[in-house]
Ligand binder design. Structure first.
Ligand SMILES: Nc1ncnc2c1ncn2[C@@H]1O[C@H](COP(=O)(O)OP(=O)(O)OP(=O)(O)O)[C@@H](O)[C@H]1O
Length: 632
């Protein structure tokens, strides 16, 4: 119980953190404005009722003087109510609109900050609040609904009195009714409660429905998003109707929920229309659904804002090492991805990378190469074992600091829609001179200065040198290259490789390789298969030892050499290569990586994309792109 209370208090504290003194003042003034606004109707009623009462008791002789007197009272009443309503409406309108803007913009910032702080695994669990669709929809739509509700539904619009005003009319009316005739008011009070209590119950029901609707729309949206991003796969598997079916299933649930709320909404609106004094209270109900929608959205937003990531990049705890040599060690590391806990990603990996040395990782598709890099960056926590940096468990090191010691360059480096300079500077506070130095080191300077706006050019060039320059400017202790140059054209690859070789001297480098040239120079090569290390050694050592054709690395090398010697442009296109492959390496399961990465870089892919999954039992089962060499 105590724990629950603590949690509740903490949540409350977090929410009020979005409100500062100015917002509290604006909300107070806005509420006073709404109360003043709501007070006008019952006050008007009092004045009119006293006039009517006076008329009722006055004798028959209506002199002009009496009529003038009442006319003047009515005029005062009209002016008073007009000014009162005008001033109150202005105050409440201004205050609520202003605070709505301020609160929602702060909410957006906090939400985005929290999203970016979450651990990678959070986004991979198929959960309604973590899909990228949901994040975008929350920032663009939900916060807008909240802003709308704070600004418009609570305050008074020119033509439409809304929630707070109605509630104010209701409460003020009740107070005045007690003041005028407490017996009559007491007699009618249970009737009012008779409508308020079901209204509250209805509100909580609507809240649940709204939550369900949101979740369902979130799931539907993420399915739609995944479908669109993989549209080629869906078409190729003729999966349009199946995708449509998934969407329909979730849409139906959402529609049912929506219909349910609409029915309730209409019922309440009818009640509001037909009821007398309770009408003000009931008239607020048509706004209830949008208010509840906003409350649901807000609770989802706060849920994420309050979520403490399992791996928190803002965690200030943890050690910072005064000096980093860059010795890295994997000690019996086992790991499964949080979204697929039943599948072993890595099993008992033992690997030592000495400071300043280069380790090449090779292996088939899905053998766990990228996973090793992800674990070193601590994108995920291990299931078993330890990873050490200079003898210190990385889990005990300050996360932000740890990541700042490494640079990861992927196969498809992400470049943001900003200028080249800003792209290179991303994640560092370097000066322009350093940007130029880094661009030079990345063999990109000459190219960049020849662009119309030099480093200030905004473009989407497929030029990975920029990404490498960005990596180099951080001057890391550990460089992680995950097929960093595999998407480049041959000439560009050579330039980038040279740049990396020059710049990374002295850095501990882990390189996931797709070409033999890259790993040949590595001090050590490890060969992965299904998450385990099957071979270790230098290129020469592995080649010497593995004269027998059963060995994995030896087979990989031979395969690539034999296939790439046929034709410089399209090495797989010759019949000889094809038959060689079939004869020699019937069991391609052992070396799919070379096959995949080699066709990836040739002008015409020799195998259908099916080979990229590479787990079919033999090469005979693969189809070839070129009909001349169709698999027999
Ligand atoms: N984010 C993820 N969530 C769940 N499973 C994953 C995730 N990333 C990879 N896997 C799975 O973990 C295994 C190892 O993947 P990993 O990406 O490390 O392989 P890889 O050797 O780098 O492959 P590739 O050469 O295709 O990049 C594969 O079975 C893969 O499907």
């Amino acid at each position: 119980m105590k724990k629950e209370m603590c949690k509740l208090r903490k949540k409350q504290k977090n929410k009020s953190r979005l409100l500062n003194g100015i917002d509290k003042l604006l909300m107070l003034l806005g509420t006073l404005g709404s109360i003043g606004d709501g007070l006008m109707t019952p006050l008007n009623m009092i004045i009119l009722s006293s006039l009517i009462a006076d008329f009722g008791t006055a004798d028959d002789s209506f002199s002009n003087k009496i009529i003038d007197e009442y006319a003047l009272k009515l005029l005062y009443d009209a002016v008073g109510v007009g000014v009162g309503v005008g001033v109150s409406a202005f105050i409440e309108g201004f205050c609520w609109t202003r605070t709505a803007e301020r609160q929602t913009s702060r909410m957006r910032k906090e939400y985005l900050k929290s999203v970016l702080r979450q651990e990678v695994g959070f986004f991979e669990k198929q959960n309604a609040s973590s899909s990228s669709f949901q994040v975008i929809s929350t920032i663009s739509t939900d916060t807008h609904i909240i802003q709308d509700v704070i600004a418009e539904k609570f305050e008074q619009k020119a033509t439409d009195s809304t929630c707070l005003v109605h509630l104010s009319v209701f409460i003020c009316g009740l107070i005045i009714a007690f003041f005028l005739s407490w017996r009559l008011a007491l007699a009618s009070f249970p009737f009012s409660l008779g409508f308020v209590i079901p209204g509250v119950a209805f509100g909580s029901l609507l809240m649940k429905l709204s939550m369900k609707m949101k979740d369902t729309y979130g799931i539907t949206g993420s399915i739609a998003e995944q479908a669109i991003s993989s549209i080629r796969t869906i078409y190729s598997y003729d999966g349009e109707s199946q995708m449509g079916f998934f969407l329909l299933q979730t849409e139906e649930k959402a529609e049912a929920a929506f219909l349910y709320s609409c029915l309730f909404g209409s019922w309440r609106t009818c009640n509001a229309f037909f009821l007398g004094d309770v009408r003000s209270c009931m008239a607020a109900l048509p706004n209830l659904s949008i208010i509840i929608e906003a409350m649901t959205a807000a609770s989802k937003i706060f849920e994420l804002i309050d979520r403490k990531p399992e791996i928190d990049s803002e965690d200030t705890n943890g050690r910072i090492l005064a000096y980093v040599r860059g010795d890295t060690e994997f000690k019996e590391v086992s790991f499964s991805y949080p979204s697929r806990p039943q599948v072993q990603g890595l099993q008992k990996i033992c690997l030592k990378v000495k400071s300043g040395k280069t380790v090449g990782i090779v292996g088939g598709r899905g053998s766990g190469k990228s996973t090793i890099v992800c674990l070193l960056e601590r994108f995920y926590d291990l299931v078993k074992g330890d990873i050490l940096l200079d003898g210190h468990k990385i889990k005990r090191l300050k996360l932000q600091w740890l990541r700042s010691q490494m640079v990861l360059v992927n196969q498809e480096p992400v470049l943001f829609a900003i200028s080249i300079k800003e792209n290179i500077l991303f994640g560092s506070g370097a000066s322009m001179e350093m940007v130029i130095e880094a661009a030079k080191a990345g063999n990109a300077h000459e190219f960049i200065v020849n662009l119309p706006n030099g480093h200030d050019t905004h473009d989407n060039l497929d030029f990975n040198c920029r990404a490498i320059a960005r990596a180099l400017i951080k001057d890391p202790r550990i460089l992680l290259l995950d097929e960093a140059t595999s998407a480049l054209e041959a000439q560009c690859e050579r330039l980038v490789q040279e740049a990396i070789d020059q710049a990374s001297q002295g850095w501990t480098t882990i390189v996931i390789a797709h070409r033999l040239t890259t790993i040949r120079k590595a001090d050590k090569i490890i060969v992965l298969q299904s998450g385990t290390i099957v071979e270790t050694g230098s290129h020469d050592k592995l080649m010497q030892i593995n004269e027998g054709e059963d060995e994995v690395y030896f087979n990989m090398v031979k395969l690539q050499q034999s296939t790439s010697s046929n034709n410089a442009d399209s090495p797989y296109r010759s019949k000889e290569a094809t038959s060689y492959l079939r004869r020699k390496y019937a069991n391609i399961q052992k070396f799919p990586f070379i096959a995949r990465s080699s066709w990836q870089n040739s002008t015409a892919a020799p195998f259908s994309p099916a080979i990229s999954t590479s787990y079919a039992p033999s090469i005979q089962s693969y189809s070839f792109c070129d009909n001349d060499y169709e698999s027999s």
